[in-house]
Write a protein that binds this ligand. Structure first.
Ligand code: HPA
Length: 269
């Protein structure tokens, strides 16, 4: 749908669809779109308050459609701290989703594996996270109508959605690993010493997104599920550079697997 230079507000988006869940597509995971029955596609440019992606040619689009028989809103293209956005800009779409009454958020990302059993092209369910950006989207005055000043992070990833994801993986014969995801600021990749530190402090995968988004969603009372596409394995004792091409190729391999997991989770809601 195109509306010239007019803007959609959250209220107007609600007139288009009443999604039951929102999905965020990570780097190279656009392939997931192929599994979604898309009914509307709106450029971020046409949504009031949405940041516009700095990545050349990709303004980003908000899609409305169905997956697993459920109505969903999909962020095709997300914002990263390394692009220069503030945490609040990055999570603005999540506040819009909250405003639309969406209570479930399914997140995907591309991540580097830190454990030898995590193979490139495979997938890892995120069971917990470590925020190594030292930034937080909730800094500043609290909006009490949205959520509490000090949101607890005892269950950032919904136990019930985790269980549904495990069941979906089992049904589809998917080897679904599990682990802790650490978000770094980026854009430089980690040194060998940093990779060792990440392993020591309990991270299993590392990336440059997600945690900031999860904090905002938890604050707004949403249930979150997040899955990493493992795009490269970082072994500090045999540390090889990973190229963006490799990362994108492995994300494309993992994309359809994540689509099956998300579809199964949504079906089971
Ligand atoms: N490090 C950080 N972010 C990433 C990586 C990585 O190795 N792979 C994909 N995103």
């Amino acid at each position: 749908m195109s509306r010239g230079l007019e803007y959609f507000t959250a209220e107007e988006l609600l007139k288009l669809a009443r999604p039951e869940a929102a999905v965020i597509l990570g780097t190279g995971l656009g392939v997931l779109e192929e599994s979604i029955d898309i009914r509307e596609s709106i450029s971020y440019r046409n949504i009031s308050g949405f940041p516009v992606s700095s990545v050349k040619g990709h303004s980003g689009r908000l899609l409305f459609g169905t997956l697993g028989g459920r109505s969903i809103a999909v962020m095709s293209g997300r914002f990263h701290l390394y692009e220069g956005y503030t945490p609040k800009e990055i999570t603005f779409p999540i506040r819009v989703f909250a405003h639309m009454g969406i209570k479930k958020l399914l997140i995907s990302n591309a991540a580097g594996g830190l454990r030898k059993d995590l193979e490139p092209g495979g997938v890892m369910l995120i069971t917990d996270h470590i925020n190594l950006t030292f930034k937080n989207p909730l800094v500043g005055p609290n909006v009490d109508e949205l959520g509490p000043r000090f949101p607890v992070m005892t269950e950032p990833y919904s136990t019930s959605l985790l269980e549904k994801a495990r069941q979906a993986a089992f049904k589809n014969g998917i080897d679904l690993k599990e682990g802790v995801y650490a978000q770094l600021l980026g854009p430089s990749l980690e040194t060998a010493a940093e990779t060792r530190m990440l392993q020591i402090i309990g991270a299993d995968a590392v990336g440059m997104s997600t945690v900031i988004e999860v904090i905002e969603a938890v604050h707004a009372g949403m249930e979150v599920l997040a899955v990493s596409a493992i795009t490269n394995l970082n072994d500090p004792d045999n540390y090889l550079p990973s190229s963006l091409d490799e990362i994108l190729a492995m994300a494309a391999k993992a994309g359809p697997i994540i689509a099956r997991i998300f579809s199964g989770v949504l079906e089971g809601l």
